[in-house]
Design a protein. Structure first.
Length: 615
């Protein structure tokens, strides 16, 4: 801690610094030191004082490796795209010529000409590349990939430690580029769902590595304009001020159950006010909600550990302290176990027996144990009583937001956003388990309450720019949500392109979500055609892919006319079954063999005529 007696700062300055410094991450400290160096440089260039407001002063770059850079992103939900745009902007600010591209739009035959390559990519599902990264991933791992001895590169990998193949796609890119002779200009960083600090650390390391100081993250023009360090740290917002790290407290207007009497499902339709936020969205985007953990689970966890619910604990990477109950309710993930979390808890509780679970050769057992269990299971099975609340919570990751496809058109509902959320609850190991956000929304969220949220752009799931283009939408269950937004948008625009919806659920009488609206759109011609599959209303289960096969000739004709196909919903089974059905239709109706059918679908993906929003 700084003291007035041995520093050049006054009492008030010391107090400010002592409050700020403990809250900074390593990346932020590096950034700040670089910014101050740049600030001083600009001041010297301006004659010993900071230049007058409105003036600009460029910080001359150090000897850089090259003045060009290519930033490629592979993104399923939009996070990688946003981070890639941020890096590209910072590199451009430093005078580099930057090419920013989705991997699906990148021409692989230009790879050998690239001197500096920066990749931001997520991992989807069980270790798969995101849809818009598949073609580039396959090319780079094929025999056609060239030697890249003149290339420098770095990779930011996004993932989720609750999955077995954490950040696998980014790691694969990192390894393969090295195998092809490229030199790592900055180390790869693997980021969990709480990715902001890790991404900032990577950004700083990349900007330093290409020959800039850490001050590359600060605009020299900001310093020259006389703005303070705090202003530069916060950045200048070019979009809505409400983001993932600064969610908008939105008022809930309606919270309705869409399922009818007798259904064993509960699906909530939320209507939420965005008035005064400045938040804009497009059909295909998602909303991120910060939920609360179930109070029963929080209470049982506190009781099992014999803690006091009102005990004060610090929040990670913050000087703020809150009650233990508040921390476990609103700030920390307590429903998901990961090998990394168990490893960290084993370090602070060495006598707990967790080390045995982490022993070499036990990887399968470890993954099996994590699946379907939560923190309460862990503390009961391994008797972690005696571990302090402070030491325990310090190992937990932040409670991540849950993303939901937007079910409304902003043109049709100005200053509102609608969501479709199905309650998840089931029994496992003698206890009822709850989906964190879906149960929070269905059991404890009422009209009039505020809900912290932000909009997550999804450029990979968008209506075609030409409103005359026919579209085929496949969305069983809550996967139909974005198609309500698509049709609402097309109605407002007066689009005349044909539209075809495949929808499925369990029972026609109780589970036909938004039935009245589909019927109205069919009557008005906004929806050209609709085929439904209610799996529990027939002796033999019927799903959307069966309806697709029944109408294979018509569907193939729509494809030949240039229709865009959209799939939304379950990734593990439904999306794979639907894709297999599309390939079968291409072979059956188009007379294609396996290889040509796969090439046809790949071409559709390249042309953005095959888009998926799957989870």
């Amino acid at each position: 801690m700084l003291q007035v007696t041995n520093s050049p700062f006054g009492q008030e300055q010391v107090e400010l610094l002592n409050r700020l410094l403990p809250t900074l991450t390593e990346g932020q400290k590096i950034w700040l030191s670089g910014y101050l160096a740049a600030y001083q440089q600009v001041g010297v260039q301006a004659g010993g004082t900071v230049a007058a407001q409105g003036a600009t002063a460029a910080i001359a770059p150090a000897a850089a490796v090259s003045k060009e850079a290519t930033v490629l992103f592979g993104s399923q939900t939009g996070n990688s795209h946003k981070l890639a745009k941020k890096l590209a902007g910072k590199l451009q600010d430093q005078g580099l010529q930057v090419t920013l591209s989705s991997m699906i739009d990148f021409k692989p035959n230009t790879l050998k000409k690239i001197e500096n390559l920066f990749i931001v990519v997520s991992t989807h599902g069980e270790g798969d590349p995101p849809d818009n990264a598949i073609s580039f991933y396959e090319y780079l791992h094929s025999k056609r990939a060239p030697q890249l001895n003149e290339m420098s590169f770095s990779v930011l990998a996004l993932g989720d430690t609750s999955y077995e193949f954490f950040c696998k796609t980014g790691r694969d890119f990192d390894t393969r580029l090295e195998e092809l002779g490229a030199k790592r200009i900055a180390p790869r960083i693997d980021a969990d769902v709480d990715f902001e600090d890790a991404a900032q650390e990577w950004l700083v390391s990349v900007l330093q590595a290409v020959g800039q100081s850490a001050a590359a993250t600060a605009d020299a023009s900001v310093a020259a304009a006389g703005l303070g360090v705090a202003a530069a740290l916060s950045g200048v917002a070019t979009e809505s001020e409400y983001t993932r790290s600064n969610p908008f407290q939105a008022s809930v207007l309606e919270n309705l159950n869409l399922n009818g009497r007798g259904s064993d499902r509960e699906t909530r339709h939320l209507e939420i006010s965005l008035e005064g936020s400045g938040i804009q969205y497009e059909p295909g985007d998602s909303v991120g909600i910060y939920p609360q953990n179930h109070p029963r689970l929080v209470d049982e966890l506190i009781e099992a550990m014999e803690w006091q619910p009102d005990a004060q604990v610090p929040l990670r990477k913050s000087a703020e302290r809150v009650s233990l109950k508040d921390a476990l309710t609103s700030h920390y993930e307590i429903t998901v176990l990961t090998p990394l979390l168990i490893e960290q808890l084993a370090d602070v509780a060495p006598d707990s027996g967790l080390k045995q679970l982490l022993a070499p050769g036990q990887e399968g057992e470890l993954r099996s144990y994590c699946k379907g269990r939560d923190l309460l299971d862990l503390v009961q099975d391994y008797d972690l009583k005696g571990l302090s609340a402070k030491a325990f919570t310090a190992q937990l990751r932040k409670l991540p937001p849950r993303l939901y496809s937007i079910a409304s058109s902003g043109r049709a509902y100005p200053d509102e956003v609608h969501l479709t959320i199905r309650k998840v609850h089931y029994e496992n190991l003698g206890r009822v388990r709850y989906g964190v956000c879906s149960t929070f929304v269905s059991e404890r969220l009422e009209a009039g309450q505020n809900l912290p949220l932000f909009v997550q752009e999804n450029p990979n799931f968008k209506l075609p720019s030409d409103p005359e283009t026919p579209i085929i939408m496949i969305g069983p269950g809550t996967g139909v949500a974005p198609f309500r937004a698509f049709l609402g948008e097309r109605e407002e625009l007066g689009a005349e392109g044909k539209t075809w919806l495949f929808y499925g659920d369990q029972h026609f009488s109780s589970d036909f979500l938004y039935q009245v609206e589909w019927q109205r759109w069919l009557k008005d011609g906004v929806l050209t055609r609709m085929d439904v599959a209610f799996s529990r209303d027939t002796d033999q289960k019927v799903y959307v892919q069966h309806r697709m096969l029944e109408h294979s000739k018509d569907l193939y004709q729509w494809l030949q006319e240039g229709a865009v196909v959209y799939i939304c919903g379950d990734e593990k089974k439904m999306a794979h079954d639907v894709q297999a059905t599309l390939l079968a239709i291409l072979k059956q109706e188009g007379g294609l063999n396996d290889e040509d059918a796969a090439a046809y679908l790949s071409r559709m993906q390249q042309e953005k005529r095959y888009q998926r929003d799957v989870y």
